[in-house]
Design a protein around this ligand. Structure first.
Ligand code: FAD
Ligand code: DLZ
Ligand code: SF4
Length: 534
């Protein structure tokens, strides 16, 4: 009894360290000064987080498995961990409820957290300053290379926030791929060398997969039981769920894929969802890996002569450039950022984004692989499902919700700028200098999808013509007032100006007819919000 009283008294001097499900890193700021003697680490599985959008089943199973493994590793280290499972009796279902419950049973001096990835949770944390019985310290998220405040300073006063300028600053700041203050190889960017189409007989390497262990099998079963109507299958689950597995995935990528990554970065191939891509984003975004160590691993491989410069640079740019940039932009511009709709796009999301049931082969391929793997690579997200959403004028909020649901790596800080800014140009050019609109010719050039399609990519109009072709021109016509003055749109608008009135009318008619066939519902009484997306 006396021993227990003493222990409780010690705890009153301790700290409760609340680690969110995407902060699973032993060096995260909330854990750097962990005192296993006195502190309590809290991790909670809560229904609110699994359902604020109806995440892909694999994303929930992945995160719960990673959280359980992380908790076990902390316990092995001697830390006191309070781990709340989804179905534990008394689970209130929310971050706030579980934090209050933990404080009621573990008297501590203060709470320490790391700033969250999403605005929604940031707002919750501001309320905790007022509502909790003890003080709370919210620390910088040290998994990123550019703190939010530094990005905000860089962004201040700029209307256009161009990634390339930011990226050069980050190369200088970190010294990655730099020599005597200059970029190695004399150039900052080797993008032009990263646009090859995959040759027909080309064999891509087999990928390392991580068979679900007992912990993951349990979380998969939990998700199937608790969230049966969420989008996605779990049969092909093979994500790394521990730090050890994530490091093995990184090594596999650097050894087997990075030497060719740059060449085929933009390529797409039917039945080959992964090609040379890293498949590291779920692990990175959940904290199992850090941006710094991943970039350093790529730089080391270049310095060892195992990886050509354009591949190492192409990969490092994605993480040091794009990833840090979208995160900075999100925090610099939220919450107003999500509310803009610069192209006044208002068409509901077609049901085929959930079902994959469409004759557009490119979309079918991407939706089907996304259902199986909770993954599509960048160009599939940007130039297939994204490009369609842009040129068909789909409502930003619905498209954004879809992207936040269907990928294992999706969190609003990274999803929103990519979808709202890069894909839909709904921010009116804050992020990208022009919309990435493209006709079927782009998809045909970078993939083999068109060969197996019911539509003819070479046909611009008339029966059997590829809808991407007339939707593209229809998009330019509809947005002529907004976009024709954009210097980067001069070429397409010059071509449009050369079209006679009859052809413009035909484009408008065929686009209107096609768009009229799109249904937002599987039948008359289900919507994408309430239906069972499978
Ligand atoms: P690789 O192609 O091998 O790239 C390596 C790494 O670079 C990725 O793991 C990722 O961390 C980073 N990266 C590359 N491009 C971007 C980018 N544009 N923004 C941020 N990081 C980038 N990424 C997410 O992590 N979560 C999302 O929710 C997400 N939504 C996206 C939505 C759209 C419309 C688009 C166009 C892109 C989105 N991305 C998102 C970025 C990118 O598509 C994924 O990071 C990438 O496909 C993940 O697969 P990979 O690890 O195989 O990446
Ligand atoms: C995405 C997610 C899910 C599905 N479930 C949980 C959870 O049960 N517990 C938790 O701590 N985190 C979860 N997450 C991740 C959070 O949504 C994420 O931490 C916030 O969105 C802030 O980025
Ligand atoms: Fe997609 Fe058009 Fe090619 Fe079919 S023909 S796969 S719809 S781009």
């Amino acid at each position: 009894m006396a021993e227990r009283a003493q222990r409780d008294e010690d705890r009153t001097r301790g700290t409760l360290r609340f680690v969110l499900g995407d902060q699973l890193n032993r060096r995260i700021s909330s854990l750097v000064d962990l005192d296993p003697e006195h502190d309590v680490v809290l991790l909670v599985e809560v229904r609110d987080e699994a359902t604020y959008v109806r995440h892909h089943k694999q994303k929930i199973a992945f995160l719960f498995a990673a959280m359980r493994h992380f908790a076990a590793e902390l316990r092995e280290e001697g830390a006191t961990v309070v781990y709340v499972r989804l179905t534990d009796p008394g689970n209130t279902g929310s971050f706030t409820g579980e934090l209050e419950r933990a404080l009621a049973s573990h008297p501590v001096e203060r709470v320490v957290v790391t700033e969250p990835g999403e605005w929604r949770v940031w707002e919750m944390m501001q309320d905790w300053r007022e509502s909790l019985s003890v003080p709370i310290e919210i620390r910088t998220d040290n998994r990123f290379l550019c703190p939010r405040e530094d990005f905000a300073r860089w962004a201040e006063g700029r209307h256009h926030l161009r990634m390339e300028t930011f990226y050069r600053g980050m190369r200088r700041r970190t010294g990655l791929l730099m020599e005597n203050g200059e970029p190695i190889g004399g150039r900052w960017n080797f993008d032009a060398e990263n646009r090859k189409r995959l040759p027909k007989a080309h064999r891509v390497p087999d990928r390392i997969g991580f068979q679900p262990d007992a912990v993951t099998r349990e979380t998969i079963a939990l998700v199937e039981a608790e969230f049966p109507d969420h989008f996605g299958d779990t049969a092909a689950f093979s994500w790394p769920v521990t730090r050890g597995d994530a490091l093995a995935a990184l090594k596999h990528f650097i050894d087997e894929c990075l030497p060719t990554f740059g060449d085929y970065q933009d390529a797409m191939k039917g039945g080959e969802p992964f090609l040379y891509h890293a498949l590291l984003s779920p692990a990175l975004n959940a904290g199992l890996l850090t941006a710094e160590e991943v970039c350093q691993a790529a730089e080391r491989a270049f310095q060892d002569g195992a990886v050509p410069l354009h591949c190492a640079e192409g990969f490092i740019r994605q993480i040091l450039g794009w990833r840090e940039y979208v995160r900075g932009l999100y925090w610099a511009r939220m919450p107003e950022y999500r509310d803009t709709n610069a192209l006044t796009a208002e068409r509901p999301l077609p049901w085929f984004y959930w079902s994959g049931e469409t004759q557009l082969n490119c979309i079918r391929q991407v939706v089907d692989q996304t259902r199986s793997h909770a993954y599509a690579h960048h160009i599939q997200r940007l130039m297939v499902t994204g490009n369609f959403a842009l040129i068909a004028g789909l409502t930003p909020a619905e498209v954004e919700e879809w992207y936040l649901i269907v990928f294992a790596d999706a969190y609003e800080w990274v999803e929103l700028p990519n979808v709202h800014g890069m894909v839909l140009w709904a921010d009116g050019g804050v992020m990208g200098s022009k919309p990435y609109a493209a006709s079927g010719a782009y998809i045909d050039r970078m993939s083999d999808y068109c060969g197996d399609c019911a539509y003819d990519v070479r046909k611009k109009l008339g029966p059997g013509a590829c809808p991407f072709n007339y939707l593209y021109w229809n998009f330019l016509i509809e947005n002529e007032e907004r976009l024709a003055d954009n210097p980067r749109m001069t070429m397409p608008y010059r071509t449009l100006a050369g079209m006679d009135e009859a052809r413009r009318r035909q484009i408008r008619d065929e686009a209107t007819r096609f768009l009229g066939t799109l249904s937002a519902k599987p039948d008359d009484h289900q919507s994408s919000q309430t239906a069972k997306p499978r």
